[in-house]
Design a protein around this ligand. Structure first.
Ligand code: FES
Length: 64
């Protein structure tokens, strides 16, 4: 799905990029080569960025 319609940024691309740079959603947009336009997506994008980074820190449980 698209998280940012103005820039056609998909959630999977945002989540992947969030792991490669520091900063807020706007910084992640910049890393992808975009800048917010209407800015209506930024709150949801920020949640996705934070979720992606937290998920990366969770330990992986492997079966015995
Ligand atoms: S929907 Fe992201 S800047 Fe408009």
């Amino acid at each position: 799905m698209y998280v940012c319609v103005c820039n056609a940024i998909r959630d999977k691309d945002l989540r992947a990029a969030a792991l490669l740079c520091a900063g807020d959603a706007e910084a992640v947009y910049a890393m992808l080569g975009f800048a917010p336009k209407c800015r209506q997506c930024l709150a949801d994008a920020q949640v996705m960025v934070e979720e992606a980074r937290k998920a990366e820190l969770l330990p992986v449980c492997l079966p015995d």
